[in-house]
Design a protein around this ligand. Structure first.
Ligand code: F6R
Length: 371
């Protein structure tokens, strides 16, 4: 069942052009030239109006599923105009955080069985919120327990580390943002550009997968390190968290994802000439800020690996002291889907070099059904 691949995680990383195609099939509607384009999310059609009227959207999940919602949060805020809050399921339960009838609570879970997320769903339902499920498992407890939902259609994910479900979750939430935005999407430039970019996304993911060899080389360089920092911001704050989570859980190397705006508030103290640091600095509205982060890290002799947009290597690191990962450019809100792919490959190769179990990391289970 692994085909030409050695591990399920590797297979699932490489499957992403296809899993994304499946996720978008039948949902991204293209008319003829100059005709309306739109988003069709069948499972939500009776509830979109209520969602548009809600006072707040809450995303609730754990681990990678939480990170996926975090990656898509900016575009949901932008297109819906509704405030969005993020909740780690266990933390919401620990605090018994307030949830109201006017809220839409969106539960993101690959397995649809995660105990914390499921309990948070019961809690939100009992408080009267509209509950929406985004899962990859038809008939799962979360799919059954929510009022409505969207199925990921990413195909069965076997590796314990979630990879293709992550990119499909982001794609689904971007489509949800478009659907929430407006009925007359076709007349607006930005939603149109996002939809065009969604069409081309699988081929861009195919391109970025060509970095496999480079990521293997990078993994060989980093395999004996104790620790890795990953800086991201804006759309790619979640990419930093998700890269660190992947590296930690499969390669068993300590890694920390940091929102770059917090660098000066503590993490900068760690920087020296030995600790490897990945800085995600692909083109978007925060490029200038990330450039200045790179300069400040360089001033402290940081050992930098910079992820930038294709063609930007010279511009991002004129003195060529950084190692560069160049990735294809897509619409800013979809860039996290591209950017995570080489980092998934890095986590995979690190694990193989370090001799650990890729598909079943120590102490972890694919679906966490206990609290
Ligand atoms: C990381 C990973 C976990 C899960 C988390 C939630 O690769 O797989 O962090 O994302 O346990 O699981 P689901 O999405 O099934 O609710």
């Amino acid at each position: 069942r692994k085909g030409n691949f050695e591990h399920f995680m590797q297979k699932e990383i490489h499957e992403q052009p296809d899993s994304l195609t499946m996720t978008m099939r039948g949902r991204l509607i293209r008319g003829g030239e100059q005709k309306a384009k739109g988003i069709l999310l069948g499972g939500l059609k009776d509830h979109l109006k209520t969602m548009r009227r809600s006072r707040r959207i809450l995303f609730i999940g754990c681990g990678t599923s939480y990170n996926a919602a975090l990656a898509a949060r900016p575009v949901v805020e932008e297109l819906s105009g509704i405030p969005v809050t993020m909740e780690i399921a266990s933390d919401l339960l620990d605090r018994q955080g307030p949830i109201y009838r006017e809220d839409t609570a969106i539960f993101v879970s690959q397995s649809g069985e995660t105990a914390d997320t499921l309990q948070a769903l019961e809690y939100a339902k009992s408080n009267g919120a509209l509950c929406v499920g985004i899962t990859n498992t038809v008939g799962s407890a979360i799919a059954r327990g929510t009022h409505c939902g969207i199925h990921l259609n990413a195909g069965c994910e076997i590796g314990v580390a979630s990879t293709k479900a992550y990119t499909s979750q982001i794609a689904v939430i971007v489509m949800l943002a478009l659907a929430l935005g407006d009925d007359s999407l076709s007349t607006q430039q930005r939603p149109n550009a996002i939809m065009d970019n969604l069409y081309n996304l699988p081929s861009k993911v195919r391109d970025v997968l060509k970095l496999d060899k480079d990521m293997k080389e990078l993994a060989a360089l980093l395999m004996d390190e104790q620790s890795l920092l990953v800086f991201g911001r804006g759309y790619n704050y979640a990419t930093a968290l998700e890269c660190a989570l992947k590296v930690k859980e499969v390669s068993l190397m300590h890694a920390e994802g940091i929102v770059a705006g917090e660098m000066k508030h503590g993490p900068l103290a760690l920087v020296d000439e030995t600790l490897p640091i990945i800085v995600i600095a692909t083109r978007d509205a925060s490029l200038n800020k990330q450039q200045s982060v790179i300069q400040q890290l360089k001033a402290r002799k940081g050992r930098l690996i910079v992820m930038c947009t294709e063609g930007d290597a010279e511009f991002m690191c004129p003195d060529r002291t950084c190692r560069i990962i160049e990735v294809p450019k897509v619409h800013d809100c979809l860039q996290p889907i591209i950017n995570i792919v080489p980092l998934q490959l890095l986590a995979y190769h690190l694990t193989v070099f370090r001799g650990f179990n890729v598909d079943q990391p120590r102490n972890l289970a694919k679906s966490v059904t206990t609290q």
